[in-house]
Write a protein that binds this ligand. Structure first.
Ligand code: PMP
Length: 299
């Protein structure tokens, strides 16, 4: 059986979850979204995801017709309705139906959609051996045009990079910013380790401020691993000791080859391994319980 999808206040079977062809989310990529995970019956970093959603919405002058608390409850309800325990949640707020012009003022009713499904992730082997990735020619959007900090429905920049990666037979693409500094991947943030220091690009370079990125920075600081947010070039990446990506779907995943060059000795490094382990310990331990009443009664 298919999933129940939350669509503007109602739960509809996925086959019936349809939106208007006049929705500006469809016509122009005008809207915002979040990808969220639930581990072992708990929604991970839900407040942080909602915070980012509301920030993204504000940046595009989109008023979300539900409060944070209401959205939170709808997300939990969607998970309960689908009897999910470990899940991937896609929360979308589109501008809504308008006319064929661009004007968002003609779209009075933003659409809220919540899809919850089982998650398909990279095979475990890749967490043990690392990914091979490439840098691509598509540059990350410049912040003064479309700020990558806005998690908008307009993902064509990332899709163009993904097409380059797929054409070269690798699962991810590293995008540079307009000045040639490493920005991020199509759906993940990037970290390197150099002489024991964890380094990641600062958000002003033009990246999404990943929730997983922030969790990893915090985990590293708790473990006394020095962390620096600073710019670096592809050659600094090639000569780094370790590299990994972070994202809600990928979690923390090692990279052992970039543009044909082995990173470090070509094996997953010590700090990467440590952070994968700490991240896995945290998920499932922390989070907003989906089945609160049941847990309280039994616990
Ligand atoms: N960068 C981009 C472009 C993304 O789309 C994502 C995830 N959707 C990330 C980074 C990682 O962010 P998060 O850890 O919040 O999933």
């Amino acid at each position: 059986m298919g999933q129940w999808v939350y669509l503007n206040g109602e739960y509809v079977p996925q086959e019936a979850a349809k939106i208007s062809v006049f929705d500006h989310g469809f016509l122009y990529g005008d809207g915002v979204f979040e990808g969220i995970r639930a581990y072992k019956g708990k929604v991970f970093k839900l407040d942080e995801h909602l915070e980012r959603l509301f920030k993204s919405a504000k940046a595009i002058s989109l008023e979300i017709p539900l409060s944070r608390e209401q959205l939170k409850e709808k997300i939990l309800e969607t998970l309960r309705k689908n009897e999910l325990y470990d899940a991937y949640i896609r929360l979308v707020v589109s501008r809504g139906e308008g006319d064929l012009g661009l004007d968002p003022a003609k779209c009075p009713y933003p659409q809220i959609i919540i899809i919850a499904d089982k998650i398909s992730i990279y095979p475990e082997k890749l967490y043990e051996e690392g990914l091979e990735v490439i840098t691509v020619s598509t540059r990350r959007n410049i912040p003064s045009a479309i700020d990558p900090r806005i998690k908008s429905l307009n993902y064509l920049n990332n899709i163009l990079a993904k097409i380059e990666a797929s054409a070269r037979g690798v699962p991810e693409a590293i995008m540079l910013n307009k000045d040639g500094y490493i920005a991020e991947c199509t759906g993940d943030n990037l970290f390197i380790v150099e002489r024991g220091v964890l380094i990641t690009p600062p958000t002003w370079v033009g990246i999404l401020e990943g929730i997983t990125r922030n969790v990893v920075i915090e985990l590293a600081r708790n473990e006394n691993i020095p962390v620096e947010e600073k710019v670096f070039t592809p050659s600094e990446l090639y000569s780094s000791d370790e590299c990994f990506l972070t994202g809600t779907a990928a979690e923390v995943i090692p990279v052992t080859k970039v543009d044909g060059r082995a990173i470090g000795d070509g094996r997953v490094g010590r700090i990467t391994k440590k952070l994968i382990q700490s991240f896995r310990e945290l998920t499932g331990k922390e989070g907003v319980p989906i089945y609160q009443e049941k847990e309280e009664k039994s616990g």
